[in-house]
Design a protein around this ligand. Structure first.
Ligand SMILES: Nc1ncnc2c1ncn2[C@@H]1O[C@H](COP(=O)(O)OP(=O)(O)O)[C@@H](O)[C@H]1O
Ligand SMILES: [Mg+2]
Length: 165
């Protein structure tokens, strides 16, 4: 059982498709205002996971990589929006603030942030912190850490639907 303690969870993905499926499970749990941070080296699978999250949340838009845009918006049939922010190309938190990251976090949509450590000061302390780690060509280690009651609940639900316990 991949449980570390009630605030965190660690498990292995064996393929990009499996990472997407983990993302779908997580995306199905998202509520307005949720913040999911995705950290890890280039190629560790952050965007792959984010695409699954968007699909599970109910995005009508095809999953695209935000590598060439800073903010991706995914829409749903009920007109809700999921924001996907990629801080990779940012010089720092000042640029993120200039781009409106704080306003983004105040909106109703859930927010996904890649490279969150680059904009840490602008992020709310309550969040799900997901770390991805390259293991080999097809395997990635995923580590989920919940900060705040909302995210502890999300983690419990994710653990239950994904691992059945
Ligand atoms: N288990 C896995 N989970 C996620 N991606 C994987 C996995 N195995 C191989 N990959 C590959 O690794 C790359 C991950 O890219 P991407 O999701 O864009 O990473 P990041 O956004 O962290 O830079 C993709 O080419 C994907 O096909
Ligand atoms: Mg990426």
């Amino acid at each position: 059982m991949p449980i570390l303690d009630e605030h965190s969870l660690e498990f292995l993905s064996h393929s990009p498709e499996q990472t997407q499926r983990f993302g779908v499970r997580l995306g199905e749990l998202l509520q307005p205002g949720d913040l999911i941070c995705l950290t890890g080296d280039l190629g560790s699978g952050k965007t792959t996971l984010a695409q699954g999250i968007a699909r599970g949340w109910g995005s009508l838009d095809p999953a695209t990589s935000p590598t060439f845009v800073l903010i991706n918006e995914y829409r749903r049939a009920d007109a809700a929006t999921l924001y996907h922010f990629d801080a990779f190309r940012l010089s720092g938190v000042a640029e993120a603030v200039a781009l409106g990251i704080e306003e983004l976090l105040e909106r109703d949509g859930p927010v996904l942030v890649e490279w969150p450590e680059r904009v840490a000061e602008a992020l709310t302390p309550q969040r799900l912190w997901v770390s991805l780690r390259w293991v080999d060509d097809l395997r990635r280690g995923l580590h989920f850490e919940a900060f705040g009651l909302r995210y502890e609940r999300m983690l419990r639900q994710f653990r239950k639907v994904t691992f059945g316990a």
